[in-house]
Design a protein around this ligand. Structure first.
Ligand code: IFM
Length: 745
């Protein structure tokens, strides 16, 4: 091997995730890891032919349907994957024996390898299978969701038989896809299009009435084809192709699939659109080339290169890939769920995870995607206003969990994880109010980084002003103490609920109000008519603005005199537990102490004060950052608390000049799903952790800061990193940051 070949081979390995055996116990985790997608939909890495107990799923942005308890959920779309391979061996006289269905839980498997190529989003599985009755097949399955053609899904199966006889391929579209037993789809129609030979299936969600048509076409080398049939099985139309099997002679079958929903086009046009799309596929190689070119553009913008740490390099790319396949590129009516589009967890609902953890990646590298996500919030101002009004406030109070309508969709009661007969009250939808400021923060950050004044005038200002209206009316005046307060809330640390004056909430509310005043001033100069329009629509008269200033001045910000900030009023009175003394442990502090028990302690689930110091870094002195870092770090349940924590903790460790400590937190975030650190990756990718991993690399180790004066870096690389290279876009200008690190001997 030449040096160049060796280099290429090594570089390839920095772009792939592989497994060399199929672990039935870990199959849900593997399905999540091997999810493919294109920002329109994602498909979990279940096997084409199926496997007992699998959780096969395709989730399409915006395709929600009502569900008990959880209000609404992304409906698992009709399954486009099924492709089963059957082999029949010819006997001595040429008569065919019975067909044996290939399955990984029967016969013998050798040379198994499944690989996700992150560079172009292609999932490949190779293996040799010996049937229980003896025939042998070498199989390769490849699949991808075309990034350049969002409605197109492509699957190819190559088989080299070591037998004489016949191969049969059965390819279906399965309308019985369900969400843990709940079937969201009603059958509408199906059929075979004689002109193209493509089959289609039309279904409709039961409550939301979304129509979906999926179509498929099968392609084989005509010379090898023995016969072709269409099985009109209701709700599972199937195309069947039979091919002669000759030892050593490869057979290739391609399944082209298109998906359209009535969110894309009128219901009456979907069938023609899907059939047209599968007929127009120019061939496997051309489709691969188009997809590859689209991915090249994505990676050109977003890749982060690390030298000196292959694990970090691959993990960073994996997390970026997961963000990129979930990111809506052409639709601003949808958001990214906490578990992206890769699993059933959190039912596709979006949280502050988007604005604070995922959005910065897009704001800095793909502003068009960030804008789509922020537009989603703008479109749902009506829902946020209704929520504020229902609670007796003015302005926009965004829901803690949001789906297709912008209404609050946090379940009120859920079964207890250990004892499903018991119900647990979920309070986040009622009192985790900081999300309104988080959204305003993200809108402002987008503006600061992109300089997109037109968007700020058209949409961002309204988001910031109307959330400010909410904060001003939600603030309670405590006459005895002469201060405004936010009582009965939940801050980022959810181990403590029903607290008063959570510092993160109070300070971000104050920031939201201050920023709103600044934005209104700016708007009066930039677009006076729009300023007048919003002032009248939101009733921003002098009295209201004076009240905002009063709240800003008199909001209570709990703190101790020596720079130590109090997470919420009374936090320091809770029992101070030495978390380190509980090691080694395998459970979260909440599991060890119970829900009420942990709330009586100072143990926190995720950074809360440190989260605030991260977001408003420029407003706190270095000594304050250090003092609070030292206090809160040992009290945080880093390993078993929230997956949102480690990336932020890494950034703050860099802020206090501790890169190697930061690395421990960073790699915990980076591995969250790859190594199933919390044991729940089977429910889907931890989207906030994935987005946070990018932030930890760029804002933590890279030390990138954008201020009104421009951008600069304050790098803080881990000892063993030789180089960190990333790109972003500042006010329309592409920037490449290339940081080298002289290793200490
Ligand atoms: O938004 C988060 C929250 O901060 C912690 N619990 C899980 C939610 C969804 O990821």
């Amino acid at each position: 091997m030449t040096d160049r070949q060796a280099n290429n081979a090594m570089n390839e390995s920095l772009w792939t995730i592989s497994e060399t055996s199929l672990d039935p116990q870990g199959q849900h985790h593997a399905e999540t890891i091997f999810t493919i997608g294109n920002g329109y939909l994602c498909t979990r890495g279940a096997l084409e032919e199926g496997y007992a107990g699998d959780r096969r799923a395709t989730f399409i942005h915006g395709v929600f349907d009502a569900a008990p308890i959880v209000v609404t959920e992304l409906a698992n779309a009709p399954d486009w994957l099924p492709l089963s391979v059957h082999a029949a061996v010819a006997g001595a006289g040429g008569a065919l024996g019975p067909y044996e269905r290939f399955s990984q839980d029967r016969g013998q498997i050798a040379g198994y390898r499944r690989t996700l190529d992150l560079r172009q989003g292609v999932l490949t599985r190779r293996l040799e299978w010996t049937a229980p009755t003896g025939g042998r097949l070498a199989l390769t399955f490849e699949r991808f969701a075309a990034l350049d053609q969002p409605h197109m899904l492509l699957l190819r199966c190559r088989v080299v038989p070591d037998l004489l006889g016949r191969l049969q391929f059965r390819a279906s579209l399965n309308g019985y896809a369900h969400n843990d037993g709940l079937l969201h789809w009603r059958y509408v129609a199906q059929g075979l299009d004689p002109a193209s030979g493509a089959a289609s299936l039309h279904t409709r969600t039961r409550h939301s009435g979304i129509d979906l048509v999926t179509a498929m076409r099968l392609v084989t080398a005509a010379s090898a084809e023995h016969s072709r049939a269409y099985w009109d099985t209701e709700n599972a139309p199937t195309l069947v192709v039979e091919v002669e099997a000759v030892p050593g002679q490869e057979v290739v079958i391609e399944k082209y699939v298109a998906v359209y929903t009535s969110r894309d086009a009128p219901a009456g046009q979907l069938c023609a659109a899907a059939l047209g799309a599968v007929s127009a596929v120019p061939g496997w190689d051309a489709a691969v080339a188009g997809n590859r070119a689209a991915w090249e553009t994505e990676w050109e913008r977003t890749d982060v290169e690390v030298e000196g740490d292959d694990e970090a390099q691959i993990a960073l790319r994996f997390n970026l890939f997961q963000m990129l396949i979930a990111a809506p590129r052409r639709d601003d009516r949808v958001n990214i769920g906490a578990k992206t589009l890769s699993g059933f967890g959190y039912r596709g609902h979006s949280f502050w995870d988007t604005e604070i953890f995922m959005l910065p990646l897009f704001t800095y590298t793909a502003p068009h995607i960030a804008r789509n996500l922020l537009n989603y919030r703008h479109r749902h101002l009506a829902g946020a206003r209704a929520k504020a009004q229902a609670n007796g406030f003015e302005g926009a109070q965004f829901p803690w969990e949001s789906a297709d309508t912008g209404e609050e969709v946090t379940p009120t009661w859920v079964p207890h994880s250990a004892d499903r007969a018991r119900l647990v009250r979920i309070w986040t939808g009622d009192i985790e109010i900081h999300i309104s400021a988080d959204i305003a923060y993200a809108a402002h950050q987008y503006w600061a980084v992109t300089g997109d004044d037109a968007w700020m005038a058209a949409k961002g200002a309204e988001l910031i002003l109307d959330t400010a209206r909410f904060w001003a009316t939600r603030a309670e005046w405590n006459a005895a103490a002469g201060r405004y307060e936010y009582r009965d809330v939940i801050g980022p640390d959810e181990y403590h609920d029903h607290v008063d004056n959570n510092l993160y909430t109070n300070r971000l509310a104050q920031w939201n109000l201050q920023t709103a005043l600044g934005v209104l001033d700016w708007l009066r100069g930039y677009a006076p008519e729009r300023a007048a329009e919003l002032s009248s629509q939101l009733d921003l008269g002098p009295e209201r603005l004076a009240h905002w200033r009063h709240v800003i001045d008199k909001i209570y910000l709990p703190a101790a005199p020596d720079g130590l900030l109090e997470q919420f009023e009374g936090y320091f009175q809770r029992t101070d537990v030495d978390l380190a003394s509980l090691e080694p442990r395998t459970k979260s502090a909440q599991e060890l102490f119970g829900i009420e028990g942990v709330a009586d302690t100072q143990i926190i689930k995720q950074p809360d004060v440190l989260m605030l110091l991260y977001l408003l870094r420029d407003q706190f002195a270095a000594a304050v950052v250090r003092r609070n870092y030292e206090y809160y770090t040992p009290r945080t349940d880093h390993t078993y608390g929230s997956s949102l924590g480690p990336a932020i903790q890494a950034i703050m460790a860099c802020a206090v000049g501790r890169p190697d400590e930061a690395y421990g937190h960073f790699i915990r975030a980076a591995r969250a799903d790859l190594r199933d650190v919390r044991g729940n990756a089977g429910d889907g990718i931890h989207g906030a952790s994935a987005g946070g991993t990018w932030q930890a690399a760029v804002f933590g180790f890279g030390g990138l800061r954008v201020t009104p004066k421009g951008w600069h870096t304050e790098p803080c690389l881990p000892q063993h990193w030789r180089r960190l290279r990333f790109r972003f876009c500042h006010r329309g200008q592409p920037v490449v940051i290339d940081l080298e690190h002289a290793l200490t001997p």
